[in-house]
Ligand binder design. Structure first.
Ligand SMILES: [Zn+2]
Length: 518
């Protein structure tokens, strides 16, 4: 590959048009500046990174001379370099206060991530009240089990929302069952500020479909044998993933999800959840993984902290019935999956559809009381599943698979047109609200009017905008809502989140689907 010509130009202060920003949660400074296109630079990645930071200390809220940033490492990769600094205060490191600068092979900086604590939030220095030995004792006391060994103890600043607490970071090891905790003990009050099992978080792995074998293989035909779904799905249809934030108990109890209501739930102390789809436990792992990731996605959109949507762990029953049926129960707030035909929880899109019901109910309790609201519930679930996994649909059949959902769950549902994939439902219905049939049992049919409307939005404005305005619109809906109110809520959400940038496109879609008044 020919070398791109580098030029030496002083790093410059970024202007508003130069970047896109992810706002920080507590500090009032950006957590991420992305979409940068800075010019190529000569010099070492370290020097280039420093220059980029020095030119933007005000924007990032960091020391004007970078006095409190220590170079941690420079990671050269195939695509460029990643330069990592960590912040210290009074000579003591601040937990997770990293600033990282990412550049391509020609040292063009394209991303800056920033978790530095701004100077004005640094607290006055206090005298340590709790001695090291006492902190170790408090740490041991906070976990269960014998044979506990302290591996290390060091002073560290621990950020709690806006405030920094002076603490000890203590690593504590337990042999059986194996666990390794990181515990922060407040050096002034002696209280335990944070405790997590590092080992469990680092090593839990799982094998899953993402979202299902039809999408993974890009085709449905290899998965049918004598008009039945194959029992042993080809290995290439699986993905191996990590399960972050799992407790070390060996059960699927994690940061946001638990499979507690599942009978005979799996327990695997080695934290390897690598089953094949015909083995028991696979559907439980699938449901756990996809709901956990979906909540992570909501958090990435900003629904975290005081804006979080789920205040408790979402409980899942992965094997609730032998029937071919799944549901969300507003009474127990559980998501429940059936095992008839293809196990429902073997299809990530079925999981996301049911999660959609849980999400709506968490935002507006008892969603779906009227026929219109019920249809919107079904339509939203299908939309969420299609939007969430669209990027996974690649290859020659991408176009055919994109407007479908639950192609594995419903692999036996043949489309009369043999070039179209089998699927439970499609998102490209041409129906308008004029054909809404006001009967209770037609919620899935009517739902296709709403899912197609939402899908029109997705196609017009893209996933990111569509997901954001559609999810945000739910906060002004209620259990008896209507298509028209739903449409107006989406228009409002666009006004509040994007200054009404997409109103013309949105109105055109609602008018075409005969939904209104808007
Ligand atoms: Zn449903």
């Amino acid at each position: 590959m020919p070398r791109t010509s580098s030029q030496r130009s002083p790093a410059r202060r970024l202007k508003v048009d130069d970047y896109r920003e992810v706002a920080g949660e507590y500090y009032g400074t950006p957590k991420e500046l992305w979409g940068l296109a800075l010019p190529a630079q000569k010099g070492t990645p370290r020097a280039v990174a420093k220059a980029a930071l020095l030119a933007n200390t005000t924007l990032l809220g960091i020391d004007p001379k970078l006095r409190d940033l220590d170079l941690r490492k420079v990671i050269p990769t195939m695509g460029g370099s990643h330069v990592i600094f960590s912040q210290t205060y009074a000579g003591i490191p601040i937990h997770r206060a990293y600033v990282t600068v990412h550049m391509d092979g020609a040292n063009r900086v394209y991303l800056i991530k920033n978790r530095a604590v701004p100077e004005e939030l640094l607290p006055p220095i206090k005298q340590i009240q709790i001695a090291d030995a006492e902190a170790r004792r408090l740490a041991r006391q906070s976990v269960k089990g014998r044979n506990l060994r302290v591996l290390s103890s060091e002073p560290m600043w621990f950020p709690r929302k806006k405030a920094l607490r002076f603490a000890y970071k203590i690593r504590l090891r337990r042999q059986t069952p194996s666990a390794e905790w990181i515990i922060f003990v407040d050096a002034i009050t002696g209280s335990v500020l944070s405790k997590y099992d590092n080992l469990a978080m680092a090593t839990a792995t799982a094998r899953i479909f993402n979202p299902n074998p039809v999408v993974a293989l890009g085709d449905w035909r290899p998965l049918l044998k004598r008009r039945k779904p194959v029992r042993r799905v080809p290995l290439t249809a699986y993905e191996t993933v990590q399960l972050p934030g799992l407790e070390s108990s060996g059960r699927l109890d994690g940061r946001w999800v638990t499979t507690r209501p599942t009978k005979n739930r799996i327990r695997n102390r080695s934290l390897k959840f690598e089953f094949a789809s015909h083995e028991p436990g696979f559907e439980e792992v699938m449901a756990y993984y996809h709901v956990d990731q979906a909540i992570g996605y909501l958090r990435s959109l900003g629904y975290t902290g005081s804006r979080r949507i789920f205040s408790d762990r979402v409980p899942i029953n992965a094997r609730a019935t032998k029937a071919d049926d799944s549901w969300y129960s507003p009474a127990t707030r559980r998501i429940e999956f059936g095992t008839g035909s293809v196990d429902d929880a073997e299809d990530g899109e079925t999981i996301l559809h049911e999660f959609g019901h849980a999400l709506q109910d968490a935002i507006c309790p008892d969603f779906g009381q009227s026929n219109e609201a019920a249809a919107m519930g079904e339509g939203f679930g299908d939309y969420l599943a299609a939007s969430y996994f669209a990027a996974k649909k690649t290859g020659r059949k991408r176009k055919r698979l994109i407007p479908t959902v639950m192609t594995w769950d419903a692999i036996l549902f043949k489309d009369p047109n043999p070039s179209k994939p089998p699927c439970l439902r499609r998102l490209d219905s041409r129906r308008t609200f004029k054909t809404f049939d006001d009967e209770e049992e037609l919620e899935h049919d009517n739902g296709q009017i709403w899912s197609a409307t939402l899908w029109d939005i997705w196609k017009a404005v893209g996933r990111d905008v569509a997901d954001r305005i559609i999810i945000e619109s739910h906060f002004q809906l209620d259990g008896f809502t209507t298509f028209a109110r739903g449409a107006r809520a989406i228009l409002d959400a666009d006004r509040h989140l994007f200054g009404g940038k997409h109103l013309t496109a949105l109105r055109r879609i609602f008018r075409r689907r005969r939904i209104g008044p808007i």
